[in-house]
Write a protein that binds this ligand. Structure first.
Ligand code: ZN
Length: 113
């Protein structure tokens, strides 16, 4: 039963993180899948492969669990902006892009002269 084993491993791997119960519900998984499909499986912030959905207006601030309030997001972008509140999607995207841009360059940069 490869499916059962894979599912078990995922559950084990995540057990150390504190994920709100909502993100384990079927309703959220269905919604996330719809968001990823709409955005072509690409992160709306950086364009990399997305596996998560991010609330534009956080749930804590009353943001609805609706397609209009969700964008496809990759794990690094989600983590980078986690817990921060932005006035708009555009503001959040430019904030993330400003911080992720240097990552495209070689890690070790030696300045000469
Ligand atoms: Zn991203």
């Amino acid at each position: 039963m490869p499916t059962g084993i894979a599912l078990h491993l995922v559950m084990m791997g995540r057990s150390g993180f504190r994920i709100p119960a909502y993100y384990r519900t079927k309703a959220w998984k269905t919604l996330r899948r719809a968001v990823l499909a709409r955005d072509g499986g690409r992160c709306r912030y950086c364009g990399r492969v997305a596996r998560q959905a991010d609330h534009i207006v956080p749930r804590k601030r009353g943001g609805p669990d609706a397609l209009e309030n969700l964008v496809a997001c990759c794990a690094p972008c989600n983590k980078l902006a986690g817990g921060l509140v932005f006035s708009s999607f555009a503001a959040k995207r430019s904030w993330i892009r400003a911080r992720r841009a240097p990552m495209r360059q070689p890690k070790m940069v030696k300045y000469q002269g």
